[in-house]
Design a protein around this ligand. Structure first.
Ligand code: NAD
Length: 487
């Protein structure tokens, strides 16, 4: 076995965060220092206090420069203030620094940690930059608020390729894709389609796809049947908490956020305000995140020493309250005592759990190349005009709008929350004040945006309140928009 003997200290940005953050970060750094990790922590302040000082992103502008210069961060969880005005710092860091892949290994440690799933060894690879986490939300009418789900081809290609490359690099056998493309045929459809297409380049790896709802149910029921899972941002967030929790506690899983030039390591759990300040939190999630960080910076000796000491501590039954049970544990300890127990075992290896070996081969630099975009022939073929209209009779709205035409653009359909209500709607369909009115061109002349503007002007002049529009395009002759439900 070849172990790195790297001696120079690697600067890493460290943030203590909120809630249990400072407790678990102190514990983690104590263990890292005791193991002789070659790191130089540079502390920045993030989270609640910074938000309250008026920085709505939760981080001071100068600290971005340090982050970008350093390229590595170890971050404790933070509390995102609820409600308007504040942006999630976690999401901002991931997106602004291009951390497109969130890697969340979830392992069970049976029989030492109570779990119904003793054979679990799943890695969840979550897309980290887009989807509903674009955070673009608008209230458009009194009754309706919108959140945009953005899914890009390059973003999807990056995460799918990363999942397959990860599987190959770490000797994994299967990649399962979770999506909801039976409903979101275009956004999730793209995710599934690229999974199939890119998957063909990896004949050595087994592939399967599941709709997220049954996939999540199967993961909760028989996680040992999964190996690597690749999925979108929101689904990945939800299923990785479930996966971590069913290993025994959400407190024992670490997470790596990987980009081209920057990487951030953290626990998967949040700031646990319910136990903050009590000194009882489990530092294992952040510690295992830090182990991933040590592997990333090439300090394999410290990574191996810490990981094995941690496994030995778990195997010796020294457990924090979240995983303590009379049957499986010997001693219930607080954060400090757990930390000391890990430090006391540095240099030891587990005897019953499988020891970890990190070799030079463990630092896998996964580099992803994205296929350049081929521009399609893009033709404007219509427009969806969204109105706030406070009536409730779709037929009456349709009868008025059918009279308004411009340059061959004619009303073809009205939907309410996606369901067709005109023509031939059902009186049972519940309608809000938010109406999508689809105009399509009925003649063979080229449709220009000027003609759309002319139509909008007429609709506006007739007294209707336009709240937004979406152009309808064909790409290489294929409709780039979905049909209405019931159309
Ligand atoms: P949470 O993960 O903080 O807590 C969920 C439950 O798990 C709580 O009962 C908590 O006590 C327990 N728990 C979590 N970590 C533990 C640990 N290390 N040891 C023992 N028990 C632990 O989720 P939440 O309560 O929904 O969120 C609290 C706050 O954390 C929110 O403000 C949320 O926005 C934030 N959050 C931050 C991050 C992050 O910084 N990466 C991630 C998720 C949530």
């Amino acid at each position: 076995m070849e172990i790195s003997t790297k001696t120079e200290k690697t600067p890493i940005v460290v943030a203590y965060g909120d809630g249990i953050g400072p407790e678990i970060m102190s514990a983690t750094l104590d263990i890292l220092h005791a193991a002789g990790a070659n790191i130089e922590p540079l502390e920045i302040k993030i989270g609640e206090k910074v938000y309250m000082e008026g920085f709505t992103s939760g981080i001071k502008p100068n600290d971005w420069d340090l982050l970008r210069k350093t390229g590595v961060m170890l971050k404790a969880p933070i509390t995102t203030p609820q409600g308007g005005g504040y942006k999630s710092l976690n999401v901002s860091i991931r997106k602004m620094l291009g951390l497109y892949a969130n890697v969340r290994p979830c392992n069970s440690y049976s029989p030492f940690v109570r779990t119904h799933h003793p054979m679990m060894d799943v890695v969840i690879i979550r897309e980290n930059e887009e989807d509903l986490y674009a955070g673009i939300e608008h209230q458009q009418t009194d009754e309706v608020i919108q959140c945009l789900k953005l899914v890009s081809k390059p973003g999807t290609e990056k995460i799918i390729r990363y999942a397959f490359e990860y599987a190959r690099a770490y000797g994994r056998k299967k990649v399962t894709c979770f999506s909801k493309d039976n409903i979101m045929k275009m956004t999730d459809g793209l995710f599934h389609r690229l999974f199939n297409e890119i998957g063909e380049e990896y004949p050595d790896i087994e592939k399967e796809h599941m709709i997220i709802d049954i996939g999540a149910a199967k993961l909760a029921d028989s996680p040992e049947k999964f190996d690597v899972i690749v999925t979108g941002n929101l689904y990945g967030d939800i299923i990785s908490d479930i996966a971590a929790q069913i290993t025994g506690s959400v407190g024992i899983a670490g997470s790596a956020n990987i980009g081209e030039t920057f990487a951030m390591f953290e626990a998967i759990h949040g700031s646990a305000p319910d136990i903050a300040g009590k000194g009882v939190a489990n530092p294992s999630g952040l510690l295992l995140g830090a182990v991933q960080m040590l592997v990333h910076i090439g300090d394999l000796q410290a990574a191996e020493k810490i990981h094995n000491a941690w496994l030995k501590t778990i195997e010796d039954g020294i457990h924090t309250a979240d995983i303590y049970t009379q049957k499986h544990s010997l001693q219930k300890v607080n954060t400090r005592e757990f930390t000391d127990a890990v430090i006391a075992r540095l240099g030891q290896r587990p005897e019953k759990l499988k020891p970890i070996t990190y070799s030079a081969d463990s630092k896998k630099g996964i580099r992803i190349k994205v296929t350049p975009t081929v521009r399609a022939k893009k033709d404007l073929v219509g427009v969806d005009v969204f109105l706030q209209w406070n009536g409730n009779n779709a037929q009456s709205l349709g009868n008025q709008l059918i009279q308004i035409t411009n340059a061959g653009l004619k009303l073809t359909m009205i939907t309410n929350r996606g369901v067709k209500v005109y023509p031939d709607g059902y009186p049972e369909t519940f309608c809000t004040d938010h109406w999508r009115c689809r105009y399509k061109q009925s003649d063979s002349n080229t449709l220009t945006y000027d003609k759309v503007l002319g139509l909008l002007e007429k609709i506006h002049s007739a007294g209707f309140e336009i709240i937004k529009t979406e152009n309808l395009y064909n790409f290489n002759g294929e409709a780039g928009f979905s049909a209405g439900q019931g159309q």
